[in-house]
Design a protein around this ligand. Structure first.
Ligand SMILES: [Cu+2]
Length: 618
């Protein structure tokens, strides 16, 4: 059973009732109404306090009463992101609703995903052409970043990012011990995937932007989110020296000091806590400190770097809010990743993690770290499932993608609307791994599957950050046997299971889900990078290691969305560093390139595959 998606043990009736919280209706509420919080932002501490205080109160009420109060808030402020955030955290906290399947935000607050024009789809209204298709010529010439609008504005991408931060909220006590490491890894993988797509459209890897790296320079990437409630940023604007958020003043120069202190802590391998004691450096401590969550070593000394980066960029148009200009998209986790600057900022954040990954305090991987005696992986390959659109095409070691125009169902003003959306889709395929177990006893193995673009002759360390994780799963192999393990791309533990829609819930298909931090997980349609129409070569790589040794709890399985989102109410299930074996430098003399590494580590294999974008498939 999957960790997310439509659960099997259900109270579909209660789940249906919960929809009232997310969809407007005509019901009249007679109780004390909740106040709305306009301009809500998750980066403002007082706003988070307000939201969580309210959620605590609401989760102490009976279910029906909580639903009524939240439903009333929705009716009075239908497009409030505060209302949506509060509802999700309150329902998540309430003992009777914390396992319920909630509808995806793109259906319930479409204004955070679609422009006004895109939502004009009713009878008598024109269906506007998809902006992706109209953005040709001038706009793309002036700003080539437009080429990836379809990717940054993917519905599932925004939802994945927002859900991750909602579940692992910086404001709340840590959910898991390795939260800081997961913060670093989840974002690092977003960047690796982004750079993969950039290469596909002829753009260079994204450049870092942050304190100490172009911080005082104008930002060439402008952005017009075209979303109600958010302002645009013209290109070549510079961040203000100081911004005011509520009662808090944030100085760009102070952020620089915080960054320098963190870099120094990496060099000396420890942080200093508020009593002057040494706190040993670890990836998770570093992640927590950079995000300034509950696990930060010392918020006073090291600041609130990640969150404030979002804030100063989002307030670029109106640093002290004197003109009442709306925030930029960077101010909300649900919209931030639509903006090209999000990736520049996060590349900067990741460069801090890189300082640590590359430091002398982290010993490079050796053959011993990767090897599993008695296990050999002979081959790895892929095969697409038969599909009439792929009829005459080579299905082995070729992956295919296409863009589709999908009709999305959303709810606005008590009406159903069906905007069109250009989305990437890949053709499902199977991996085949030929594995030999030379041991006598049965082996429980964890397959770590990655994909990296082949740029040009580069050593393994230079390519380390290019590897995107495609899947991680466990399979058993009998002693003394050779087997071919077949794994469907659709079962990937990186991706979210199929989205549960409002319609599914109305049809009684969903109810209580016993495990999941639902909603978090890489979007299924973006599992395979788009590639190019001529075909883009990539290295498929698998490393098989001993699940008996790597598992936090051997009985856990690695199910949907677990790689980036973990498992609810338990520790991260895999004890290996996240991203292993690409989580640190390789010993140069031992592993100059991928080929050599695979040769020396028999429990691994690689294959060059081609990703082909079927450009005119519709
Ligand atoms: Cu961020």
């Amino acid at each position: 059973m999957s960790d997310c998606g439509c659960p099997t043990t259900a109270d579909p009736e209660l789940n249906k009732k919960l929809l009232k919280v997310f969809l407007e209706d005509d019901d009249v509420y007679s109780g004390e109404p909740l106040s709305n919080l306009p301009n809500f932002t998750v980066f403002r501490e007082s706003h988070m306090k307000e939201a969580y205080d309210k959620a605590n109160e609401l989760s102490g009420l009976g279910v029906s009463e909580m639903i009524d109060v939240l439903s009333d808030l929705k009716n009075r402020h239908p497009s409030s992101t505060y209302g949506d955030y509060l509802s999700r955290i309150a329902l998540f906290q309430h003992p009777e609703t914390n396992n319920m399947t909630l509808p995806p935000p793109h259906q319930t607050i479409p204004r955070a995903f679609f422009s006004k024009d895109q939502l004009l789809t009713g009878p008598g209204e024109n269906i506007p052409p998809d902006p992706q298709k109209t953005l040709v010529g001038r706009a793309v010439t002036l700003d080539p970043e437009h080429k990836l609008n379809w990717w940054r504005e993917d519905l599932g991408l925004s939802e994945h990012h927002a859900h991750w931060h909602l579940y692992y909220a910086w404001y709340k006590p840590l959910k898991i011990e390795r939260q800081g490491e997961l913060f670093a890894y989840m974002h690092e993988q977003m960047l690796a995937r982004y750079d993969f797509q950039r290469l596909g459209v002829g753009l260079p890897p994204v450049l870092p932007y942050g304190p100490g790296i172009h911080w005082d320079d104008p930002i060439p990437e402008g952005f017009n989110p075209k979303l109600e409630g958010f302002s645009f940023r013209a290109s070549y604007m510079s961040i203000p020296a100081s911004v005011t958020l509520g009662s808090q003043q944030i100085l760009a120069s102070v952020m620089e000091t915080h960054k320098e202190r963190i870099s120094k802590a990496i060099t000396i391998n420890y942080f200093e806590d508020s009593n002057g004691n040494k706190v040993p450096m670890t990836m998770t401590k570093l992640g927590c400190t950079v995000e300034s969550d509950a696990g930060s070593a010392n918020k006073k000394l090291y600041g609130n770097l990640h969150n404030f980066g979002h804030v100063v960029i989002a307030l670029i148009n109106d640093p002290d809010e004197r003109y009442g200009i709306k925030f930029g998209a960077m101010m909300e986790q649900i919209t931030a990743a639509r903006d090209p600057v999000f990736f520049r900022w996060h590349k900067f954040v990741d460069s801090i993690f890189e300082e640590y990954r590359e430091s002398d305090h982290i010993l490079p991987h050796t053959i011993h770290d990767l090897k599993m005696e008695g296990i050999e992986v002979d081959t790895v390959s892929t095969q697409c499932e038969p599909d009439k659109e792929l009829d005459s095409k080579d299905l082995v070691d070729r992956l295919y993608t296409k863009m589709i125009e999908k009709k999305i169902t959303v709810y606005v003003d008590k009406k159903e609307k069906n905007p069109l959306k250009s989305m990437l889709q890949y053709y499902p395929f199977n991996y085949h791994f030929t594995v030999r177990n030379k041991r006598e006893e049965k082996a429980s193995l964890v397959f770590r599957v990655f994909l990296a673009p082949i740029r040009y002759a580069e050593d393994l360390d230079a390519r380390r950050r290019d590897f995107v994780e495609m899947d991680r799963f466990v399979a058993d192999i009998d002693g003394g046997s050779e087997q071919t393990i077949t794994r469907s791309s659709e079962d990937s533990s990186v991706t979210l299971p199929p989205t549960v829609t409002v319609q599914d819930i109305q049809d009684g298909k969903c109810g209580d889900s016993p495990y999941s931090p639902c909603g978090c997980g890489w979007p299924r349609n973006l599992l395979v990078p788009r590639g190019t129409s001529q075909g883009m070569w990539a290295d498929l790589y698998v490393l098989v290691t001993d699940w008996k040794k790597d598992a936090a709890n051997e009985d856990t399985y690695l199910s949907a969305s677990v790689v980036f989102c973990g498992k609810r109410k338990s520790e991260y299930p895999d004890k290996k560093p996240m991203g292993f074996p690409f989580d640190r430098k390789f010993s140069k003399s031992k592993f100059p390139d991928l080929e050599k590494m695979v040769k020396d580590v028999p429990n691994s294999a690689t294959k060059q595959i081609k990703i082909i974008f079927l450009e005119n498939s519709d």
